[in-house]
Design a protein around this ligand. Sequence first.
Ligand SMILES: Cc1cc2nc3c(=O)[nH]c(=O)nc-3n(C[C@H](O)[C@H](O)[C@H](O)COP(=O)(O)OP(=O)(O)OC[C@H]3O[C@@H](n4cnc5c(N)ncnc54)[C@H](O)[C@@H]3O)c2cc1C
Length: 712
Amino acid sequence: MKKPIILAVLGVLVAAYFAFDLGQYLTLEGIKAVAEDLRAFQQDNALLVIAGFFLAYVVVTAASFPGAAVMTLAAGALFGVVLGTVIVSFASTIGATLAFLSSRYVLRDSIEARFGERLKAINAGLERDGAFYLFSLRMIPVFPFFMVNLVMGLTRIRTLTYALVSQIGMLLGTIVYVNAGTQLAQIDSLAGIASPGVLGSFVLLGIVPWIAKGIIGLIKRRRVYAGFTRPKRFDRNLVVIGAGSAGLVSAYIAAQVKAKVTLVEAHEMGGDCLNTGCVPSKALIKSAKVAATIRHADRYGLTANEPQVPFRAVIARVLETIKTIEPHDSVERYTGLGVDVVKGYARIIDPWTVEIALNGGGTQRLTTRSIIIASGAQPVVPPIPGIETSGYLTSETMWQAFAAMDEAPARVVVLGGGPIGCELSQALARLGSQVTQVEMADAVLGREDADVSALAREVLEADGVRVLTGHTAVRIEGRTLIAEHAGEEVAIPYDTLIVAIGRKARLTGFGLEAIGVDTDRTVTTDEFLATKFPNIFAAGDVAGPYQFTHTASHQAWYASVNALFGQFRKFKADYRVIPAVTFLDPEVARVGINEREAAEQGIAVEVTRYELDDLDRAIAESETRGFVKVLTAPGKDKVLGATIVGAHAGELLAEYVLAIKHGIGLNKILGTIHSYPTMAEANKFAAGNWKRANKPEGLLRWVERYHAWRRG
Ligand SMILES: Cc1cc2nc3c(=O)[nH]c(=O)nc-3n(C[C@H](O)[C@H](O)[C@H](O)COP(=O)(O)OP(=O)(O)OC[C@H]3O[C@@H](n4cnc5c(N)ncnc54)[C@H](O)[C@@H]3O)c2cc1C
């Protein structure tokens, strides 16, 4: 059939549905009234009624009209359990398949536009579990019946597979509904509702999704664990692999709730954040800020000086900072908290066994109920010619290299314009290096709004960084990076090359591949952070999608609680409010959506700005660069996102993080006393700007008249 004909048929059906108000028959009352009439007619015309009912059922499901559930009850009332089930089972399968086909061949664009987001989830599920995923969707109504038909049409599943799996998957629910229908038919007074048969059917209706969920869970578990032998008893409740932010918090929580937990770390306790990431970078940034303050001391009425930078001493302070914080994450502290800390390299042997190659020699094998993978991420190094002999550094290696330098490296190339690249470029430039920052995209901090990226570039350049955007690194010759820009090659000589183009999850070499834990760019987990093995979880950079210390520890709570108590209740990781700060000077801090994301996602927003050059404290501090930008739902004070650029923006952001998390609107922020003179007042003034733009003009006109009247 041609597309226009199918569309016309569907159009006629929809028009008829509304014109004749057919929906009234698809309610419980409506169907009961019709059932009464039909029963009389059925005596002499049984086949006709069956055929008519069958056809009507096919039309309702094929056209995705609401009412299939009510019709299933009616089938029970009219035909009894056995015949009713047979009729509904075939009619619903045919109807569902027609809806599926019309979605696949006729309505593709509109279905995609309407249910695109769900399509992603269903496609991911199909890829993971194949037709079994459809089977579970049919048994457990996570999505409405009609939506499954329509969205499945857009996937690559074969029509015959779809029809067969649907029929089998819907059978249990069909029987329960038809059975409930046979009981409903016997209700002729209110008292009838309380009959054990009717109540029993309702109970069955209520519990069937749970039973189905249980059955599916059981089948899934049997499938993933097939081929492995589960130990009779376990040495541990939990083994955590990796003692970075995610692993430490996971182990801490487990010990607090009295579980027997082992935390395995191959290298330094504290992971990347303490040893090579957040802590050293922020310590370096502070020294660089002081150097910049000396250089621009005239801004404060003092004599500006070119700062002396004994680089060795600067890095010694950075390392000292790590040493000072180290005890927070130490073996001693965690042992004292009740965690069994093992220094060694862990490998997963089977879903319940971890083998540790001990740093001191020898191995230790532990059986465990659950495992949390918290192995973190490592720098991405681009596979460009010459990279291996380029002497490149990454965040993992640069601190040691810096520690051996008396002076800041003279010519530095920083490859990458993301947060880490920007932070390092500015810090090294301020400490005396000649820095060239090379970024492939058109802007640095490309995930931020254009005005934020532009300001970031401006401040980097003000500190002497040569920012080359739209430059793609193509090869390295000796100590010269060759980048391509607008079809031309640009040669950038360096003494030190720092690669900061991103970080990739550590996924290989410790058993994930061997036992078949699914991975993509990160370990694949469900919303409870479980891998396909329900007792193996992942948290932190290795689980993604965020790469922050605060998201790692946030996920750790979910992973450990779900690992230890998931059999009672599981918690979905909540990613609704994730703050992110880039520690440039001025800082760039964001929570919720920005203008770019709002435009990409088609979300209507009202944007309110407050410029820091208006703020008394910022003026007193000569820290007037930056702004507060708040995104709200149009006409409402509900905060959807905030971006703050400015001194201490990371601290200022906390108020908006709280506001979004707990639904505190701009009116409440405006009504809250903020100390004078503080940078935090900027948040209140932004709320004030919003209020001015949203004042009730009509009401104010009346108030003006009232005042005029009062004056006489
Ligand atoms: C330069 C830089 C600056 C950063 N600045 C910030 C910032 O300001 N704010 C912020 O929030 N985030 C920042 N980050 C990111 C932050 O460091 C990470 O998000 C965080 O460390 C992730 O913690 P994690 O526990 O997932 O992994 P990690 O900290 O990487 O810990 C994983 C640990 O697992 C161990 N391990 C791996 N495999 C095994 C195995 N098989 N057996 C035993 N041990 C194993 C590793 O040795 C490692 O110690 C920065 C990162 C970098 C590189």
